[in-house]
Design a protein around this ligand. Structure first.
Ligand code: ADP
Ligand code: MG
Length: 681
């Protein structure tokens, strides 16, 4: 026997079997479901003066009928037209397919009409008519996403009845303390305000309360799960040798930035502790993540553990391998590189040394997750550009050790909002500062026809001894076309710079050996302009390259454009990025403009999120983002942040699980599978 608002809607007066079935199709089974079915929006039905109503705006007027209605028929459709006097304005009201109104409207009648105002035609295209003066008490009418047979009016009556009858049985999940802190409406008031608002501000107050409540619930679940993970999942306590780590830092040719120091501290605190690290390191392209990874790996080695660094492409793995070898080999660290193109014999040796503990750090591609890759004691796993690997792949590598600490690195900064939602169970470290002396990459957006003018500008760079990238987009439907574009641009540039500069071509269809050769020729300066598809996107480091042009730039998302741009601006010289684009949509134009306005990946990420919405940001399917009724991750990110802090503080209260003040929250957590020290799912 359920009671209170858990009872079936059939107990509400007026809800019969058929109505109940209708409501069921909307997902409404209980009184609680009914009360918490929020309107999609509120419509302003205040009476308005037509003189102040903009064209095409919705308007409600009280008016006097001034003419007999006329009906025009076209085929099976009809249109009824009548003169009305609304305030001082004599205008037309037009009704579609409501010829029956003809006998109901008489000169002198007072009516209330809602519809769209056509200023040019001086007519209202009516969607609603009430006979008599405005009776509706509400100025802001809730609009529910109703389907089927239940009318708006009846639906509102059910809610009203339910509220009157059961208002004393509704538990407010928000404790007084929090409600007072943010001046949020108590639950019953909020329900009245959302269903029967007296003003826009009143409806807004309800929205604010429910948005906060939803986000608090969400954060509590996340934080409670996180606490459980920390308590239950023992990790590896890496007792690193601080003196050795400091010696390594001292050997670097530069000082770490403050942001690097901060994230190193965060990471080191994690790896030293018994709990398993599960941390995301995000930092813009060029912010210096590699050296942070090297520090963490070296720390693990000084404690007698092995470390692994996995990168999404061979080129990137090789670059990491080269950097790490340069830094760490002088300290006696034994490193090896393993990729798909490692020869069989070399591979066999590496695997043997890895299994016997004669290799300290292995750097590689997917090749690292093969079953025959075995470690003696893997203590730390780092994945670069984590979004390029599936969850399963990342887990395979992790499972090659006994609860090794895990660090993910990404140069695609995740908007703050999403970092704390999508990765609520992960700790996040951000390198939000560039090494000193970096020059801002000057970015321009030009029209495709301006391509020839770019050749001149580019030539000046080349004459000064610099190098350049020319990027053609990846056309998903056809990588043939993709290659063809690159080939055409390559031929064009070869003709333009004939005899003066060397142009190279790089695309996904080249043989691994050829790719390797082209890349090497470019990084060693034998190729001056590298025409490429997006294969150069990740990680490539050629500090002498100062010019980047991207054709058909409108085809790229902001994150990818920013990634590509990050290939230049890596050395001491001023760098440039030219976007050739002819975007057809406003969104596309905004993307191009955003690129020219900022070099900050975090800012662009927020912009990307705003332009595309959170689902698209991760790809809708695996977004893993929760759905909210009222809260909006973009609009309400401040509330989300506050809710997160409140959730952490609540869970730290010693009496949280027992204080009756938190009854609603305890109940919410228990029904979603989390309870004091236990996890049910
Ligand atoms: P990313 O974060 O994109 O992986 P990298 O680790 O490749 O960036 O670093 C980019 C460049 O900046 C490298 O040449 C690196 O040696 C250099 N670098 C890293 N940290 C600093 C620093 N604190 N000061 C100066 N240069 C740095
Ligand atoms: Mg990197």
């Amino acid at each position: 026997m359920s009671e209170g608002i858990q009872q079936s809607i059939t107990v509400i007066k007026g809800v019969g079997k058929e109505t109940a079935e209708n409501l069921n199709t909307l997902g409404i089974e209980t009184i609680e479901d009914l009360l918490f079915t929020f309107p999609a929006r509120h419509e302003d039905v205040r009476l308005k003066d037509l003189a102040e109503t903009p064209h095409n705006e919705k308007v409600t007027v009280e008016a006097r009928v001034e003419s007999e209605p006329t009906v025009f028929y076209t085929g099976r459709k009809n249109r009824l037209q009548v003169q009305i006097l609304a305030g001082r304005y004599l205008v037309k009201a037009v009704f579609f397919n409501q010829a029956y109104l003809k006998n109901k409207l008489h000169v002198g009648d007072i009516v209330t009409i809602t519809g769209k105002w056509d200023k040019g035609r001086q007519s209202i295209s009516a969607t609603k008519i009430d006979f008599g003066p405005k009776t509706e008490q509400l100025d802001f009418e809730p609009v529910y996403a109703l389907r089927g047979k239940v009318t708006k009016k009846r639906f509102a009556t059910f809610i009203q009845t339910a509220l009157e009858t059961y208002k004393d049985e509704i538990v407010d999940s928000l404790p007084n303390t929090l409600r007072e802190k943010y001046r949020l409406l108590p639950i019953v008031d909020a329900l009245y305000a959302v269903h029967f608002p007296t003003s826009a501000a009143h409806a807004m107050q309800a929205r604010r309360r429910f948005a906060y409540e939803e986000l608090l619930h969400f954060q509590l679940r996340m934080q409670a799960l996180r606490q459980l993970r920390l308590e239950q999942e023992a990790g590896t306590a890496i007792a690193y040798d601080l003196a050795k780590v400091k010696a390594f830092i001292a050997s670097l040719p530069y000082e770490l930035t403050n942001a690097q120091k901060r994230v190193v501290n965060e990471i080191f605190r994690d790896i030293k502790s018994m709990r398993r690290m599960n941390r995301l390191l995000q930092g813009d392209v060029g912010s210096g993540k590699t050296v942070v990874a090297a520090l963490a790996l070296y720390a693990a080695v000084t404690a007698g553990y092995q470390g692994a660094l996995m990168a999404p492409t061979e080129i990137l793995a090789e670059q990491h391998g080269a950097s790490l070898a340069e830094w760490l080999a002088p300290f006696g660290v034994r490193l090896a590189l393993l990729s798909g193109s490692t020869k069989t014999k070399a591979r066999r040796e590496i695997l043997a040394h890895l299994a016997s503990g004669d290799i300290d750090i292995i750097i590689g591609t997917h090749a690292l997750i093969q079953p025959d890759v075995q470690f003696t004691n893997l203590g730390l796993v780092i994945t670069d550009e984590q979004h390029r690997f599936g969850v399963a792949q990342r887990r395979v590598l992790r499972d090659k050790g006994e609860n090794p600490d895990v660090l993910f690195m990404t140069a695609t900064p995740i908007p703050r909002t999403l970092a704390i939602t999508a990765f609520g169970e992960m700790d996040v470290s951000s390198i939000d500062e560039m090494p000193a002396g970096r020059k801002v990459i000057e970015t321009h957006w030009l029209r495709p026809e301006q391509l020839p003018s770019i050749f001149e500008r580019l030539e000046r760079e080349l004459q000064a001894g610099r190098q350049a990238y020319a990027i053609c987009p990846l056309i998903e439907e056809s990588d043939k076309l993709d290659v063809q574009n690159a080939v055409e641009l390559y031929e064009q540039l070869t003709t333009v710079y004939d005899g003066k500069f060397t142009v190279g071509l790089m695309h996904g269809r080249l043989h691994a050996d050829d790719k390797e050769r082209v890349m090497r020729d470019f990084s060693e300066g034998r190729i001056h302009v590298l025409v490429s598809t997006t294969v150069v996107e990740v990680g490539v480091n050629v500090p002498n390259a100062t010019f980047m042009m991207i054709t058909d730039a409108e085809r790229f998302g902001l994150a990818q454009l920013h990634q590509l741009r990050g290939r230049v601006g890596r050395g001491e010289h001023q760098s440039y990025c030219v976007l050739l684009a002819d975007p057809k949509t406003d969104e596309g134009k905004e993307r191009m403009t955003a690129m020219t306005e900022t070099n900050n990946g975090f800012v662009l990420a927020e912009k990307d999120l705003e332009l595309r919405g959170p689902g698209d940001f991760f790809g809708r399917k695996q977004s893993g983002l929760p759905e909210f009724k009222m809260a909006d991750l973009i609009q309400d990110y401040r509330i989300l942040d506050v809710a997160r802090q409140d959730a952490v503080a609540l869970l730290h209260e010693p009496n949280f699980w027992h204080d009756p003040m938190y009854e609603g929250l305890q109940h919410m957590l228990k029904t979603s599978g989390v309870a004091d020290g236990e996890r049910f799912d």
